[in-house]
Design a protein around this ligand. Structure first.
Ligand SMILES: *Cc1c(COP(=O)(O)O)cnc(C)c1O
Length: 330
């Protein structure tokens, strides 16, 4: 990856004012500083680097490609997970919690990041994992990493997992694991959206369009809010049938800000068969992108967003002169 193409932050960029939102900064007391100090021990790169990448396919259209390297933010809290967890960790400390409890599938980056955050902050972590049948098997590398970071893994059957937000299930988990700060699946809630707004603020004045892959949509919700109309955010759902995601993004912005924020849209054509699925077309695209730019795209999310970005550019979706940032979330 070219380091010389780094785009410097615009000192005139005015940070968007933070509307009244959860959690109110005052309510957190010294917690964010404590969180930042603990997470910084892993080595934090913020704002994340913004690099220009010469790509003939976009240059032909007069479009500039920028890579927003959130994958370089933190070695253990990979990519956007740092942004999503930061204010949640502050809220957990401010609430006097010593345990984080959250949910995920067997390959969840969110579970792994939560486990790492717990280790860095000295908090107990519990991961409720979808799939009872996994309990008797050797852990995959992702879960092994979470366990090595001290996470207690609680494997539950799929029917129960689907009911995880219901009060009886929450009560059963509390009985099993004690009082905990509960993060939803994927870590998307109001504090996560507020944390991801920083991503949008870092891009203000530097990019006209930002393209981001979407799982739960929390990162897109924050990105659009942080851009606050200074640029457009395009979300690329990696799950099949990502149409439902628009409602989720609206609900997350409602929870974080009390209403809609920013200018965003979804491009649902690029899931390539669904979560963790791929196609020969996507594989070829990713290999070619790696050869052109020296960056091997993370396959579950990032490759699909990059494929969307290049396809849209080739379709003429961006007028000449547009600076398009790809958010490298992991
Ligand atoms: C978790 C994750 C996402 C999805 O973020 P959402 O906020 O759930 O949409 C995207 N990219 C990578 C690499 C991730 O790990």
């Amino acid at each position: 990856m070219r380091q010389d193409g780094r785009v410097t932050a615009d000192p005139g960029t005015d940070p968007a004012t933070e509307p009244a939102a959860v959690p109110a900064p005052g309510a957190l007391g010294p917690a964010p500083a404590e969180v930042d100090a603990a997470l910084a021990r892993g080595g934090v790169a913020l704002p994340s680097p913004l690099e220009e990448a010469a790509d003939a396919r976009l240059a032909r259209r007069g479009v500039t490609l920028l890579l927003k390297r959130d994958d370089l933010i933190h070695p253990d809290l990979v990519g956007n997970k740092y942004r999503k967890l930061r204010l949640n960790l502050a809220a957990a400390l401010a609430g006097g919690h010593d345990t984080l409890l959250t949910f995920g599938g067997a390959y969840s980056n969110h579970l792994r990041a939560t486990a790492a955050a717990g280790r860095l902050l000295g908090l107990r972590t519990v991961g409720v994992v979808r799939g009872e049948e996994l309990a008797g098997r050797p852990l995959n590398p992702s879960l092994a990493r979470a366990a090595a970071d001290g996470m207690t893994l609680d494997f539950v059957d799929r029917a129960l997992y689907r009911r995880k937000a219901e009060p009886e299930v929450a009560a059963a988990l509390a009985a099993r694991h004690g009082r905990a700060y509960v993060l939803p699946e994927g870590g998307s809630n109001a504090p996560a959206v507020l944390g991801c707004a920083e991503l949008g603020r870092e891009l203000r004045g530097l990019a006209d369009v930002a393209v981001v892959p979407c799982g739960t949509g929390g990162t897109l919700a924050g990105l659009a809010a942080g851009l606050d109309g200074a640029g457009r955010a395009i979300g690329v759902p990696v799950l099949r049938g990502g149409g439902f995601l628009a409602d989720d993004v609206r609900a997350l912005q409602q929870a974080a800000y009390g209403g809609p924020r920013g200018d965003w849209a979804l491009e649902a054509r690029f899931h390539h068969g669904g979560y963790a699925r791929t196609t020969p077309l996507l594989d070829a695209f990713a290999a070619d992108f790696a050869a052109r730019h020296g960056l091997v795209p993370e396959p579950v999310y990032v490759a699909k967003a990059l494929h969307a970005l290049v396809t849209l550019a080739e379709e003429g979706a961006f007028p000449p002169g547009t600076r398009v940032a790809a958010v490298i979330t992991g």
